[in-house]
Design a protein around this ligand. Structure first.
Ligand code: PLP
Length: 401
């Protein structure tokens, strides 16, 4: 227990926003707070090391280019990608998934159907909906259990003859369920479907291996991984990365220009224009933080903290927990007769910062037949000690209704 307490102290020391503050930040699934090392790396780059990347040859520009590649290499390792050529910097998971949808169109020229779970975040639904609207693709519901886990039995009862792709969140931002990517990847490979994974909620606290899980496209955001906003990545599997045409055109991605365009090799081919250099450099420090022993030790305790929240909620009359029973960092619930947004607003006034509303998943509201969710989500800085304070404040707020 003392060891854990020490770990908590060391971690909290990194988060200035929380130091000496009574704020209880429980909205990491929306965006994580930033450790000092990330803030410092970004500031220091702007302050003393600022330069562009790729094009210029003076030492500072070469240093910045090197740093950018170090970030890419750390990402490659975190997701088990065979090489950096399939690790493309984007603006964030939303941009990555929009690009994945466009790339999918190049792959499945004949169209077909894509399986999407009814619990997906809009970022992993609307890019495909837009294609469906143009008549290029048909969306089919991927059957799921109430926990959000894929219902394989129901899946195999479906007529899957026109399916060409499947997309799903590794960890749901609504139920916190973790999908069995290995099993899904094996099914996709056997059936020759393109396998797209939204890892926006998982890569903050979980590792995954894109090769082992046979993933074709993997999307994620730095700002949910303790890194800066404005940057993310899209991994593209080797079997596609050399065949795809870029989606964005401009500087840095072209090698030769005659009547035709001759592109740089991937990943540069897919990264037109000046990237978010300072943010990518900040992201490197976030990845180093995630790789530290103290970070990994703390992540192992998430299950206990999540259980403490679930147990506390179960003891309150009228609370219905909607997240998966084994969710490690997300606890979503409703309180009968009380609007989640009213609760979130009043909790916020007491320094308890939770998320309410649709969680950018309007279909999930329909799935659970509720009008609004309340979500507690955990980050590396949350502790078991905070749980009592959360429930004291929640109970006080509930007395108002
Ligand atoms: C599961 C999931 N996918 C995608 C996104 C979109 O991420 P971003 O807003 O960083 O692009 C989110 C953000 O909340 C999410 O939770």
């Amino acid at each position: 227990m003392q060891v854990l307490h020490d770990v908590d102290l060391v971690i909290k020391e990194q988060f200035t926003l929380l130091k000496g503050s009574k704020i209880l930040y429980l909205d990491t699934a929306a965006t994580s707070l930033k450790p000092e090392m990330v803030i410092e790396a970004e500031c220091e780059f702007y302050r003393r090391r600022y330069a562009t990347v790729h094009r210029s040859l003076y030492p500072r520009a070469q240093e910045a280019t090197k740093d950018l590649y170090l970030t890419r290499e750390l990402i490659r390792k975190r997701i088990g990608a065979p090489s950096v050529k399939g690790v493309i910097f984007t603006r964030a998971a939303t941009d990555s998934l929009n690009q994945a949808a466009q790339f999918l169109m190049q792959i499945i020229e004949g169209g077909g159907e894509i399986l999407i779970s009814p619990l997906e975040h809009h970022a992993n639904l609307l890019p495909f909906k837009a294609l469906e609207k143009k008549g290029l693709l048909k969306i089919r519901d991927l059957p799921v259990h109430p926990s959000g886990a894929v219902n394989f039995e129901a899946l195999f009862k479906m007529d899957l003859s026109n399916v060409s792709a499947l997309t799903i969140a590794h960890v749901s931002n609504v139920t916190g369920v973790t999908q069995d990517l290995k099993q899904l990847g094996a099914i996709c490979r056997t059936k020759n479907w393109v396998f797209i994974v939204d890892a926006a909620q998982s890569l903050a606290h979980k590792k995954l291996d894109v090769v082992d899980c046979e993933i074709d496209f993997l999307a994620f955001s730095a700002h949910k991984m303790y890194g800066p906003t404005g940057v993310g990545a899209l991994y593209i599997a080797d079997r596609f990365v050399d065949l795809l045409e870029p989606i964005n055109y401009g500087g840095d991605m072209i090698l030769e220009l005659d009547r035709d365009m001759h592109f740089q090799e991937p990943p540069l081919k897919f990264e037109a224009g000046t990237p978010a250099i300072a943010q990518i450099i900040g992201w490197k420090e976030a990845l180093n933080f995630q790789n530290s022993a103290i970070f990994e030790k703390k992540v192992e305790t998430f299950g206990h903290i999540a259980s403490a929240y679930r147990e506390g909620l179960k003891a309150i009359n009228g609370v219905e927990i909607l997240s998966a029973p084994d969710s490690e960092s997300i606890i979503t619930f409703v309180v009968n007769g009380v609007h989640s947004m009213d609760l979130a607003l009043l909790l916020g006034e007491k320094g308890v910062e939770v998320r309410s509303g649709s969680l950018c998943a309007l279909n999930a509201l329909k799935f659970f037949e509720v009008n609004s969710f309340l979500r507690v989500s955990l980050g590396i800085y949350n502790t078991l000690d905070e749980v009592d304070s959360f429930f004291n404040k929640l109970k006080k707020v509930l007395q108002i209704f």
